[in-house]
Design a protein around this ligand. Structure first.
Ligand code: AMP
Length: 215
């Protein structure tokens, strides 16, 4: 399966994409994760992206397009992939089309996760994750067995720098102003499958699986 998962920040793209990737045995390509890693490691890309990511803004298109081109050159993508957090602007969607045409790997599905902003704000400000293995948690909806600690490896959980209320508001505004514009682009191609993402992660996963098994 070659697919994109689209939706506002905090709608649950990462949680769903990780499960789909594990089930289908395809790479999960998340530009947000790649950027956070680059920032932690202080690479040239990380240095360019740091201020944009930490303020809740968007990293320039040429930087993220470069990341995606490099990622697809790695050779593990021929059997399918799931893109999460990319494309986020119309120019990114255009660049992706060019790349995928060159690779003869057309997109098969675009899953759009939908949820009201008010619910997203609550979800995202309560979000925590393990800095070691990336496992996602939530202080109310997906509590770890022991408060503040990862179930898998016992590492102390962290909150993302850009998950505070003011930054989430900025990210939602960016989503509506720029990212939502990629949806009609894929709708014209008949690729968009909408899913109500206001339910629990398990319910959303069942709905995502159902729309993906549709011919
Ligand atoms: P995410 O983990 O997908 O919410 O991404 C976190 C942050 O990384 C975003 O708020 C942006 O600053 C940056 N980012 C991730 N993907 C992109 C993208 N495709 N275009 C521009 N910025 C991005």
């Amino acid at each position: 399966m070659r697919m994109i998962i689209v939706g506002a920040p905090g709608v649950g793209k990462g949680t769903q994409a990780k499960r789909i990737a594990a089930d289908m045995k395809i790479p999960h390509i998340a530009t947000g994760d790649i950027l956070r890693d680059a920032i932690r490691q202080g690479t040239p890309v990380g240095l360019k992206a740091k201020a944009f990511v930490e303020s809740g803004g968007l990293v320039p298109d040429e930087v993220v397009v470069g990341i995606i081109e490099e990622r697809f050159a790695r050779g593990d993508t021929s059997g399918g992939w799931i893109l999460d957090g990319f494309p986020r602007t119309s120019p990114q969607a255009q660049s992706l089309e060019t790349l995928l045409t060159r690779l003869s790997q057309p997109i098969q599905a675009v899953v759009l996760l939908e949820c009201p902003d008010s619910a997203i704000l609550e979800r995202i400000t309560g979000r925590r994750s393990c800095p070691k293995c990336g496992a996602p948690y939530h202080v109310r909806y997906q509590k770890p067995r022991k408060e503040g600690v990862c179930d898998q490896d016992g590492t102390a959980l962290v909150q993302r720098e850009d998950d505070t209320e003011a930054k989430v508001a900025r990210r939602l505004q960016k989503y509506h102003a720029e990212t939502a514009a990629v949806v009609p682009f894929y709708e014209k191609k008949g690729l968009v499958r909408r899913v109500d993402a206001s339910k629990s992660p398990d319910e959303v996963y069942r709905a995502v699986s159902a729309v993906l098994s549709r011919p």
